[in-house]
Ligand binder design. Structure first.
Ligand code: SAM
Length: 271
């Protein structure tokens, strides 16, 4: 940890700064120094130490909540075309009663609702029952509360077709509200993946997920914490289950001997 980051961590209320990747933290420090037109990063850290408002801003930057529907379209295409047929086979063979999914850093629910739409549309296409349950968690309670309201802005739909937006949302003013039917199979709750005393979301009772998606969060953290998260997720997979990470994080799994089921899909299985 750089001396500056160590100094900030001892002098402010910004929690667990030592868990974050140094270059990620340094980038935020440099961006804030430039945005506030301060002379150098030392001037910024003194400002940070003396301003509670800036500490809040800094903490929010560390916990970037950016998300959108179908953020990586190829991953969602692969889920539908490669995983759903496998799941249907398992349901038909009565190996499973339902497909269990965990969206483990779900932000305001965009990822979980994207999956629910995919499940519902596939169910209609196959004219077949395709029972599923999605557990969507994030460590940030504000994001989970937003997810429960199901209210979004147009900028969050950049990767979503117009017909899908029309079908699954109703527009009131500038806001788009999710079809409440999509909420019936999703359980939202607060869950910190780095909390050592919890293994899986309480609402899921026993984990055992057929699919876990944990995208665009690992790169925040130092390797030791990335591995702690990956191991927790893998421990929660059912036999033959799949783990999905973001485009920027695929290399971590490839380097750690996980098998990507199709190149660039971001969908992995433990070997
Ligand atoms: C950049 S967003 C990504 C959201 C979504 N997965 C996506 O790819 O669009 C990262 C989310 O991870 C959450 N997060 C960061 N650290 C976490 C942790 N230790 N446990 C659970 N959630 C965490 C943040 O609160 C944030 O909402």
């Amino acid at each position: 940890m750089s001396t500056l980051i160590k100094y900030i961590s001892t002098q402010t209320d910004v929690k667990n700064i030592d868990h974050y990747d140094d270059s990620f933290v340094n980038n935020i420090i440099e961006q804030r120094t430039a945005a506030l037109k301060l002379k150098d990063i030392e001037t910024y850290s003194n400002f940070l130490i003396n301003s509670k408002a800036e500490q809040l801003f800094f903490f929010k930057a560390l916990n970037n909540n950016y998300s959108e529907f179908y953020r990586n379209p190829f991953t969602f295409y692969s889920i539908e075309n490669l995983l759903f047929p496998v799941f249907v086979g398992q349901l038909l063979n009565k190996n499973k009663k339902e497909i269990r999914v965990w969206s483990a850093a779900s932000s305001a629910g965009q990822e979980a609702y994207s999956l629910a739409i995919l499940f519902e549309e596939y169910q209609m296409k196959c004219a077949d029952l395709f029972p599923y349950r999605i557990f969507a968690t994030d460590k940030c309670s504000e994001e989970i509360n937003k997810a429960k309201t199901g209210m979004y802005k147009e900028v969050e739909f950049l990767q979503m077709s117009f017909s899908r937006i029309k079908k699954w949302f109703s527009k009131k003013g500038d806001n788009y509200f999710i079809d409440p039917n999509l909420q019936k199979n999703i359980h939202f709750s607060v869950f910190d993946l780095l909390n050592k005393s919890t293994n899986s979301p309480g609402s899921s009772i026993y984990g055992d997920f057929d699919l876990i998606i944990c995208a665009n969060i690992l790169f925040y953290y130092k390797p030791m914490y990335q591995m702690r998260i990956i191991e927790k997720l893998v421990a929660n997979l059912s036999k033959g289950g799949y783990l999905i990470v973001g485009e920027i994080e695929r290399h971590l799994l490839l380097e750690n001997n996980y098998k990507e089921i199709y190149p660039q899909s971001g969908i992995f299985q433990p070997k």
